[in-house]
Every structure is written in structure tokens, then in C-alpha cells.
Design a protein around this ligand. Structure first.
Ligand code: NAD
Length: 454
């Protein structure tokens, strides 16, 4: 495919200023929503072919989030894109100051496979709202979902405004050689580094939504039953293939026994057996084999069952974990939950700090001092106190990582900002000129300058 040609046409279209018109953006957002809602069954079938993701989870964790982002953008787009007045100082008296959010221009959005619709279309919504043109490259790993997106978008949108290109490493490498005005990437840390390097060649701004080992810390004073219930949902949703899933649990040593009993009870209650039709497959054989290798059967407290033919791994809890174990070396990204016990909160924090700054952190405690200590001492992208994963749906909580877990954030207004440049303007008038900045530089002018601007 001739990417140069697509980019040139999109740049030309952007330069017609059509996307700067708010009514254009509103029309395109509505178009996206109606295309998705009219084709839900088509989208469910495609994702089911990729990794047997159920309708229920596809709606709740993908489509509903996209619809919500569209509705929010439609309700707020005028406010978000409005010129904002700001105060100006005495040195420029008389003057006005304002900030104009302007669209970056021609953008590239690269998605991951684990939530293929949401991770592609949530940034697309933000880009449309901000007034950018878009080339979307979904992950080739969830191939059916990628083809479904390409079919729906490429038959319904003007390609000079929004188009989907399909492809894997070779195609992405090729497209990345071209200049964009913004690149938004969701995926792994190693590929994030490749994207950042390619963007740097053109000084293109990036948002990088990456991953890492996200901890859940549990102290002995919590409601253990509800803690376990919330964690079981957060971890085994999408069979653990969630960037913000709790990767490992740090539980206060004296509470480990009651936590293990509660977590086992909730896995059984959720009916996550191998034959559960609503339990997602592992995406491919490569990942299935990788996860299989991570399960040390001697350390399995519960689960550990494998259905190789269907690429299913039952919810697996591992105990007696040390930081040297294979399971603690990289992000797990599957339905295996290692439990590590700790004696003091300093001990737990020290363990978290042996890893790169995580994308998420979950603190389960009733102890305010401990909660504040973790919030103060541990750097992480975002998270929750007494819950896991649910922070992602809050409009007023920008979503993103820090350090190795990512650069920048999005969702709702933060998404609009990710695709906008804040153009700052000072506006002067002609009716007065203080003349203090001009030569000749006299001592009386300096005296006045000091009085006016300090
Ligand atoms: P990945 O990095 O392998 O792939 C992501 C995208 O990059 C795909 O579109 C792929 O085609 C492309 N890509 C892969 N290799 C490339 C290369 N060498 N050069 C250029 N492009 C390349 O990630 P993945 O396996 O799809 O997703 C899993 C990872 O993504 C996990 O680490 C997870 O934590 C992270 N993730 C993060 C978020 C978030 O919002 N922060 C969301 C989902 C997943």
C-alpha cells in the first residue's frame, strides 16, 4: 500500500480546514457511533473468531466504553475546543491573552490486540473530537477484529479523513518512516521504544500507552470477601489479558490464609471452568506456550488446568513466590496470579520498587496511614483504593502510564488534549505603548520597569 499517498491526501484534506469545523467533527462522531451500533453482531462475531471473547465482555469492556467516549465528546466538544481567555501582566498592558486548542493534524493510531475495538476507537474518538485526520493501524494479532474495523470504516468514511490500514510489523515499520503530526500507540514496552525512536526522527509528539507489572496490595483489616471478589473479576476478565489487570498480589502475611480461601471461593462462584463459554481464550499459541511455561505446578494453590486445543488456561493462583521466580520477571498478561506475602508496608513498597513504575496500582486497606504512604511513595500511572480496573471508566481520571508504563494520557477531555496543541496568543492594541522596553535605557525607565514587572 502506498502510505505516502494516503498521508499526502490526509494532509491536503486537513489543510482545507474542514476538520476545524465543530459541526464536521460532530457529524463524524455520530457516524462512528451509528456504524458501530448498527454492526454490533458483526463485531461480536469477528472478535469471537479471534479469541472467543464473549458478547457480554465485548459489550461491557469495549463497545460501551467507546459509546461513552463518543457521548462525552458530543456533549463537551464545544466547551473543550473553545478559545480560553487568560490574564496578562502589566508589562503588556493593555492586552488580552488566550489559548486556542488546535488539532495536531495528520495522526497515526496504533492499537493492541487485547481490547482491539476499544484500544483502537477510544483514541479515534479523541482524534475526531480534536479535529485531526486519522490513519488507524489495529493489531494484526486480533486479525478478524482488525478486518472488521477496516471493512466498516473504509466503506463509511472519507479515506482522506479517516482510514484503517491493516498489517503487522513490516507494514507498521514502513508507515512509521513517514512524518505524522501525532502518533498514539498502545502496546508493549519494547515496541513502545521502537515507536518513540521512529517519532523522534520527525520530532512527532507521542502518546505511549504501555504495560508493566501492576501490583495489588492487601492489608489484614480489609473486607476480605469483597476484596477477593473484586480482584477475581479484575484479574480473570479477558483471561487476564488486560494491561491494567493486577499482575501480582502482595498480601499481609497474617491475612494470606483468609485471602486464599476467599479468592478460591470467588473463582468457583464465577464458574470460570475450562468449559465456560464466557471465559476468553488465550490469543494465540505463542502466548499460550509462554503462559504455560510460567506455571510452576509445585506452586499452584488453585487452578493450573490447561486446554491446549482451545488455548484455555483456568484461573490459576500461585503461592510461595519469590522475586526470582519466572512469573515475577515480566508482565504476565494472562490468567495467572502470583501471591507474595509481606510483613511490613515498607517491605511491600520495596518489592514494588524493584520493578519499573507500573501502569496501575491497587491498594486494599482500611488504614488511612498505609493508604497515604503508598500513594505518596509509589509512582504509578493510575489505580484504585479498594478496587481494581474500575478507575478506567471514570471520565475525570486521565488514563495513562508513567516511566516505562507510558507517556501521556487520554479518555474524555484528556483524550481531546492528547490530540490538541494549546496555541497561546497575546493580543495587543494600538492605543497605548509604555515605551519602557525601548532604548535609550535610562535610570528612570528602569525604576518604572521595576515597579511594574518586579
Ligand atoms: P505489541 O507491542 O506487540 O503490539 C502493539 C502494536 O504494535 C500492534 O499493532 C503491532 O502490529 C505493532 N508492532 C508490533 N511489533 C512491532 C515492531 N517491531 N515495529 C512496529 N510495530 C510493531 O503489543 P500487544 O501484544 O498487542 O499488546 C500487549 C501489550 O500492550 C502489553 O504489554 C500490555 O500491557 C500493553 N497494553 C497497554 C495498554 C494501555 O492502555 N496502556 C492497553 C493494552 C495493552
Amino acid at each position: 500500500m502506498n502510505y505516502q499517498d494516503i498521508i499526502r491526501k490526509q494532509r491536503h484534506f486537513f489543510n482545507t480546514n474542514s476538520t476545524k469545523d465543530i459541526s464536521f467533527r460532530i457529524t463524524e462522531l455520530k457516524r462512528l457511533k451509528s456504524i458501530l451500533s448498527d454492526n454490533e453482531e458483526f463485531l461480536y462475531k469477528a472478535i469471537y473468531k479471534d479469541f472467543k471473547k464473549s458478547k457480554y465482555e465485548t459489550y461491557t469492556t469495549e463497545l460501551s466504553l467507546i459509546y461513552h467516549e463518543i457521548d462525552l465528546a458530543l456533549a463537551n466538544i464545544k466547551k473543550w475546543s473553545k478559545k480560553r481567555k487568560v490574564a496578562t501582566g502589566m508589562a503588556n498592558f493593555p492586552s488580552k491573552g488566550y489559548v486556542i486548542p488546535e488539532p495536531y493534524g495528520t495522526t497515526l493510531i496504533i492499537g493492541a490486540w487485547n481490547y482491539p475495538y476499544q484500544l483502537s476507537f477510544a483514541p479515534v474518538v479523541a482524534a475526531i473530537a480534536a479535529g485531526c485526520t486519522i490513519i488507524l493501524k489495529p493489531s494484526e494479532i486480533s486479525a478478524h477484529a482488525a478486518a472488521a474495523m477496516a471493512q466498516l470504516i473504509n466503506t463509511n468514511f472519507n479515506p482522506d479523513f479517516f482510514t484503517v490500514i491493516e498489517g503487522g510489523i513490516a507494514e507498521t515499520t514502513e508507515v512509521l518512516t513517514h512524518k505524522f503530526d501525532k502518533i498514539f500507540f498502545t502496546g508493549s514496552v519494547p515496541v513502545g521504544k521502537i515507536i518513540y525512536q521512529a517519532a523522534a526522527k520527525h520530532l512527532t509528539p507521542v502518546t505511549l500507552e504501555l504495560g508493566g507489572k501492576s501490583p495489588a496490595i492487601i492489608t489484614k483489616d480489609v473486607n476480605m470477601d469483597l476484596t477477593a471478589k473484586r480482584l477475581v473479576w479484575a484479574k480473570f476478565l479477558n483471561a487476564g489479558q488486560t494491561c491494567i489487570a493486577p499482575d501480582y498480589v502482595l498480601v499481609e502475611a497474617t491475612a494470606q490464609k483468609s485471602f486464599l480461601a476467599a479468592i478460591k471461593k470467588h473463582i468457583i462462584q464465577a464458574e470460570y471452568a475450562l468449559e465456560n463459554q464466557n471465559y476468553t481464550q488465550i490469543i494465540n499459541q505463542k502466548n499460550f506456550n509462554r503462559l504455560k511455561e510460567l506455571i510452576d505446578q509445585d506452586k499452584v494453590f488453585y487452578g493450573g488446568e490447561l486446554d491446549t486445543e482451545n488455548r484455555i488456561i483456568s484461573p490459576t493462583i500461585m503461592t510461595d513466590i519469590t522475586l526470582e521466580d519466572a512469573i515475577m520477571q515480566h508482565e504476565i498478561f494472562g490468567p495467572i496470579l502470583p501471591i507474595v506475602s509481606f510483613n511490613t508496608i515498607d517491605n511491600a513498597i520495596a518489592i514494588i520498587k524493584t520493578f519499573a513504575k507500573p501502569l496501575s496500582c491497587y491498594i486494599f486497606t482500611k488504614n488511612k496511614t498505609i493508604k497515604n504512604k503508598i500513594l505518596n511513595e509509589v509512582s504509578f500511572g493510575g489505580g484504585a483504593v479498594n478496587d481494581a480496573v474500575m478507575h478506567i471508566i471514570e471520565n475525570n481520571l486521565p488514563f495513562g502510564g508513567v516511566g516505562e508504563s507510558g507517556i501521556g494520557n487520554y479518555h474524555a477531555k484528556a483524550g481531546f488534549d492528547a490530540f490538541s496543541h494549546n496555541k497561546s496568543v497575546l493580543q495587543k492594541s494600538f492605543w497605548l505603548e509604555l515605551n519602557l522596553k525601548y532604548s535609550p535605557y535610562t535610570s528612570s525607565k528602569l525604576k518604572w520597569l521595576k515597579r511594574l514587572i518586579g
